[in-house]
Design a protein. Sequence first.
Length: 252
Amino acid sequence: MLQDPILLKLLNDAGLDDKESRVYLAMLEIGQTTVQDIAKISELKRPIIYVVLEDLIKKGFASIIPNKKIKTYQAIDPGAISAQMQTTAKNFSEMLPIFKTLANQSSQKPKISFLDTKEGIQRIYDEINRQKSAVFIASNARLNHYFPGASTDWQKSYKSGFNKLTSRTIVPDNPDDIRIAKDFLNITDKVQIRTLSVFDECNMDIAVYGNKLAITTFEDTPFLVIIESKAVPTFFLPIFEILWKNAKEIKQ
């Protein structure tokens, strides 16, 4: 099957080599898929595809679907690539609807992605920061422990005007998170932050943006799970609103 050369070229510009681009595009067209099906579309041999998939997973462009008898793979939302691109951002954004159309041709069942590399997790956080709005239950202090300088980088992006994300965040009620929250509140009016002590011992961050729920678990090795479904905001946002009303405002 002939793959669109323009889309392949844009993926090359985003940092994927020819084989990686062909495998990624094949996964995007099919949805949750196996090496056998990828081979039919990409016209690559299976041993090569296995190697390419390992590289794509390490780079955060693909994930393995858990609890499948046969190894099943899935492409990460192309919006995450758009967030990383700089010099080719304009061209990719113009072609993004085409990628989305390909992705929507697959099953309408909820999509679940799993990432356990630093690069993959960082790519998702970058994707979130490119959204119009999001809500979080998270600890910036904990995030800084695993990803040093993360909060500082986000504060700089708000100062420069590059980050336009409007967000509400519930953080643990501890001195470090409150200090970082005040730094954000002093920099931009696009963020609202409150505290809730019930999350003081929680070792997990949650983000809801669009129709996606991202859960990051901070163990010895952090990992992130994304659930993509139209039911996500319908189910989770009312729960967040209840928590938000009970959370304490942070005094400047």
